[in-house]
Design a protein around this ligand. Structure first.
Ligand SMILES: Nc1nc2c(c(=O)[nH]1)N[C@H]1C(S)=C(S)[C@@H](COP(=O)(O)OP(=O)(O)OC[C@H]3O[C@@H](n4cnc5c(=O)[nH]c(N)nc54)[C@H](O)[C@@H]3O)O[C@H]1N2
Ligand SMILES: Nc1nc2c(c(=O)[nH]1)N[C@H]1C(S)=C(S)[C@@H](COP(=O)(O)OP(=O)(O)OC[C@H]3O[C@@H](n4cnc5c(=O)[nH]c(N)nc54)[C@H](O)[C@@H]3O)O[C@H]1N2
Ligand code: SF4
Ligand SMILES: [Mo]
Length: 720
């Protein structure tokens, strides 16, 4: 008999409710859950991949041990013992920092890894901790920390109540929103326009989002900070600033005015490609619209001036009265409050408490930028990384200069991956520990609910029983943690066994219960308090209402004030001024700059083994403006050779006037043509690795985030 299970999709930040119909262990259908109060039936085509991932014959179901070039399966005890022995040995001989860890993006979608996974990762006590954060939202986190006093105060646009949304370097129609958990962005943007509002997109490509907006402005990659400074300049010059309710709490207004002084819209137009009139119009509209918001994402922050741009983004919202106000940039009140919980778990945000050994880049939130991972493995000396633990990450494809990283992996004494696939990264490991599929485990969006455009809570129980010989991510983490900490004496061992048994009994749900009870919707609300029992009784999820103003009470700064002009940013402005002159000349010599893109049917590097998602025309193509193609004697479908400092790749070109002249675009997450990987379908349609072209040395110096946009490349037609 068929039954329907209701749960959240774990593939992207939108957290859509899905209704999955099963009979026995067969999945009959996956539909949007109409009764989910947040997603209201919306899903995207990727949701079906939940089934494909679950049934994928290439998904590993047993631990794998590599001996030379051959892999064999192993049982859990053998594999875990081996990992623990090797890691303990390396730690004993070379110290804590000899073990490096890298945590990838799916962790944000995995309750077990956000709880028990962190227990394991933090227990290494290594300075060499890395994650996908530094090829992603790090500038937003730095700005949140500098301006509002906590790295997690990356505010989210109140899309459902705004009347004006300026989107800079984000493509939510494809990405389904980021640091903006909001199922059905297409519907939500259409609703802004339906209520008489406007949507404006600033992007070097006329994206899918731009197609449904009121206006689209091409911007030269890497110039968003200049664009934002000219908006700020205009606001001050025309007397349009008004911090509203938060005015008495704003520090640095004058410093911000002075910083923007040299950047009149007329002065930035040559560099940004955005006409002065357009800048002024936006500034005036922002000031005149009571409910307006400026939002920016990957294109804004993963670039040379990403740190500066993220700061200015929040600053514009603040000085136009759109920070922490209805329809503006707001904070959630999540049921599990990470901001409150983190310090209690000994996790303190921090910046620059230590530096990377080789290049001296600052730590942020306990992590170093992934752009230094290769050199930290390759460079001999105390503190060198000799063993690496990779959890839910594929840095071979996701990090700049992946090929160098892969060469570095091969020099490691030991590498272990917690990952369901034998792929571009994990093939370098000595042991792969594969977790259960997402349908076999319990889920709650601890991280994403903190960035949601409404306050929501939803628990998804496991849909399928895990096989006795399978392990959840959290179980792998717990068992490894226990083995790594193994006390020497029998009494200690006995005590530890009891602790592990107690933790296993608690499980991620137990942690969840503690988080719920102590959170803002917990015990303090008396009878209305949220609990696991309430979540279990509401399989479609619980709507906790719209976002509410939280500042100044929630500010994390010592003096409870908002810092509009932190010194760190002001000191770096001369770099921008110098670059502005150069940028206004780019393209004059005929060079092209490269940016990235995403596709609705793809998710970073790891959904290319699903037939339903990869079928159709090839997606790993270089988008190029026809004029740029003609100048290089390239026609649609021709093969082009792209070269940068770090690498060279060959890729088919696709001509389109959706590209700004002088800018070309290629998606990341491809390049599956490696012999040892075991992802059959993916390797039959491999595409090329965009990150072979991005330089690991290029970074936003403020945050350490990698530069994944606006990099100069040479492009030639491939002859013959
Ligand atoms: N050029 C360029 N590079 C980019 C980007 C870009 O825009 N341009 N985007 C960057 C961004 S925003 C991000 S977030 C990073 C992503 O960088 P990564 O997180 O390093 O890479 P992913 O492709 O997400 O790989 C995820 C890995 O986790 C595994 N996995 C999936 N689900 C689970 C699970 O439940 N448990 C475990 N243990 N493993 C799992 C998959 O098999 C895969 O190996 O890429 C970045 N790289
Ligand atoms: N379908 C799908 N959804 C995803 C993902 C996926 O791979 N596929 N990945 C998920 C992840 S990990 C993340 S972090 C989010 C990312 O979510 P988004 O940031 O919304 O997604 P991107 O497609 O990277 O959008 C970046 C946009 O910036 C533009 N851009 C590039 N350079 C510049 C620049 O210098 N300035 C400006 N203004 N714009 C620029 C690009 O053309 C692109 O349209 O998406 C998530 N959702
Ligand atoms: S938008 Fe994201 S969460 Fe929603 S169905 Fe698609 S992949 Fe899943
Ligand atoms: Mo990301």
């Amino acid at each position: 008999m068929a039954t329907t299970h209701y749960r959240s999709c774990t593939l992207c930040e939108a957290t859509c409710g899905v209704a999955i119909e099963v009979e026995g262990d067969r999945i009959l259908s996956i539909r949007g859950d109409d009764a989910d109060p947040f997603s209201k039936g919306y899903i995207c085509p990727k949701a079906t991949a939940l089934a494909d991932l679950h049934t994928d014959p290439d998904r590993l179901r047993q631990p794998m041990i590599r001996e030379g070039t051959t892999w064999r399966t192993a049982d859990w005890d053998e594999a875990l013992d081996l990992v623990a022995t090797r890691l303990r040995g390396i730690r004993a001989e070379h110290g804590k920092d000899a073990i490096g860890v890298y945590q990838g993006n799916p962790i944000a979608h995995n309750l077990g890894l956000l709880t028990f996974g962190q227990l394991l990762m933090r227990s290494f006590g290594t300075k060499n901790a890395f994650s996908a954060t530094s090829v992603d939202q790090l500038p937003h986190m730095l700005a949140a920390m500098q301006m509002f006093g906590d790295q997690l105060f990356m505010t989210v646009p109140d899309v459902d109540r705004t009347d004006y949304m300026l989107i800079i370097g984000g493509n939510p129609l494809v990405s389904n929103g980021s640091i903006m958990t909001a199922p059905d962005m297409k519907g939500r943007l259409a609703a802004i326009r339906a209520r008489g509002g406007q949507v404006i997109v600033v992007d070097p490509r006329r994206t899918e989002t731009a197609e449904v907006a009121d206006r689209h402005l091409f911007i030269r990659p890497g110039t968003d900070a200049l664009f934002l400074l000219s908006i700020i300049h205009t606001l001050f010059a025309e007397g349009l600033t008004d911090g509203g309710r938060l005015s008495p709490h704003l520090d640095g207004v004058e410093a911000l005015r002075t910083a923007a002084q040299p950047y009149a819209p007329e002065a930035t137009a040559a560099a940004t490609g955005i006409a002065a009139d357009e800048v002024k119009r936006i500034a005036r509209e922002l000031a005149a619209t009571p409910r307006a918001v400026v939002y920016g994402r990957m294109g804004l922050c993963a670039q040379e001036f990403g740190g500066t741009a993220a700061w200015l983004l929040y600053a514009v919202n603040a000085i136009t009265g759109h920070l922490d106000e209805v329809g503006g940039m707001m904070l959630t009140t999540p049921a599990i409050d990470l901001v409150q919980l983190a310090p209690r778990l000994g996790l303190h945000g921090g910046f620059g408490r230590w530096k990377s050994r080789v290049r001296g880049l600052p730590e942020f939130g306990g992590e170093l930028p992934v752009s230094v991972l290769a050199e930290e493995i390759e460079t001999a000396g105390p503190g060198q990384i000799r063993a690496l633990v990779v959890c839910a990450g594929n840095p071979a494809l996701s990090a700049p200069n992946g090929p160098r990283l892969e060469r570095a992996f091969d020099t490691l004494e030991f590498m272990v991956a917690i990952d369901p696939y034998l792929n571009e990264t994990t093939r370098h490991a000595h042991v792969i520990l594969p977790p259960t599929s997402s349908l076999e485990r319990a889920h709650y969006d601890v991280a994403l609910a903190s960035f949601s455009v409404r306050n929501v809570a939803k628990y998804s129980p496991p849909m399928f029983e895990r096989r006795p010989d399978a392990r959840h991510d959290w179980e792998i983490a717990l068992e490894l943690w226990a083995r790594l900490k193994l006390p020497a004496n029998p009494v200690g061992r006995l005590a530890q066994r009891a602790t592990v048994a107690a933790l296993a009994k608690l499980g991620p749900e137990g942690v969840l219960e503690v988080g719920l009870r102590s959170g803002p919707w917990g015990l303090r609300r008396g009878a209305a308090s949220l609990s696991m029992a309430k979540l279990r009784a509401a399989p479609h999820g619980i709507d906790l209402g719209p976002l509410e103003p939280r500042f100044p009470a929630r500010l994390g700064t010592r003096d409870k004030r908002i810092k509009l002009a932190p010194q760190l940013y002001l000191e770096d402005l001369p770099r921008l001024a110098a670059r502005a002159v150069e940028l206004s000349r780019t393209g004059a010599d005929g060079s092209l700059v490269l940016i990235g893109r995403r596709h609705l049917r793809s998710n970073n590097s790891w959904l290319h083994n699903s037939q339903r998602l990869v079928k159709g025309k090839p997606r790993c193509t270089l988008l190029m403006h026809p004029d740029d193609a003609i100048a290089r004697k390239l026609a649609n479908g021709d093969s082009a050779r792209l070269r940068s400092r770090t690498g060279e790749i060959k890729v088919p070109v696709e001509l389109s006037d959706e590209m700004m002249r002088g800018v070309v675009s290629l998606p990341h997450g491809w390049g599956h043509d490696v012999a040892e990987a075991r992802m059959n379908l993916a390797s039959s349609r491999p595409g090329v690795n965009l990150n072979a072209l991005f330089d690991e040395k290029a970074r936003d110096p403020l945050s350490g985030n990698s530069v994944l946009s606006g990099v100069e490349v040479q492009i030639r037609a491939v002859v013959g």
